[in-house]
Write a protein that binds this ligand. Structure first.
Ligand SMILES: [Zn+2]
Length: 98
């Protein structure tokens, strides 16, 4: 579980196999699983079944558990939309300080 490089910004960039969607990939018990999920479970314990791990750093190759937060799928999707709007210089759709 050490196929990553610590970046200056604190991200642990996965250096092993990559999935085509930008996530790291690891083989575990004969199955391919996203590296960030495997790393989180390795260091923090099991992720509740139906939760996604949101990359707070928006770096899909990052496997630093400090940059990952278990969220529901819908929350993760909303966050992605909000991030894209910020990148585009648009106003957030709601108050994100909450
Ligand atoms: Zn990160």
């Amino acid at each position: 579980m050490s196929r990553y490089e610590v970046q200056p910004d604190g991200c642990w960039r996965w250096t092993g196999t990559m999935m085509n969607v930008g996530y790291g990939q690891i083989s575990r018990h004969g199955r391919n699983v996203p590296a960030h999920r495997a790393m989180y479970e390795h260091l923090r314990g099991p992720i509740p079944g139906d939760l996604d791990l949101d990359h707070l750093c928006n770096n899909r190759a990052c496997v630093n558990p400090d940059h990952l937060e278990p969220v529901t799928r819908s929350e993760n999707t909303l966050r992605g939309i909000a991030y894209k709007r910020r990148q585009a210089g648009q106003q957030p759709l709601w108050d994100e300080a909450a």
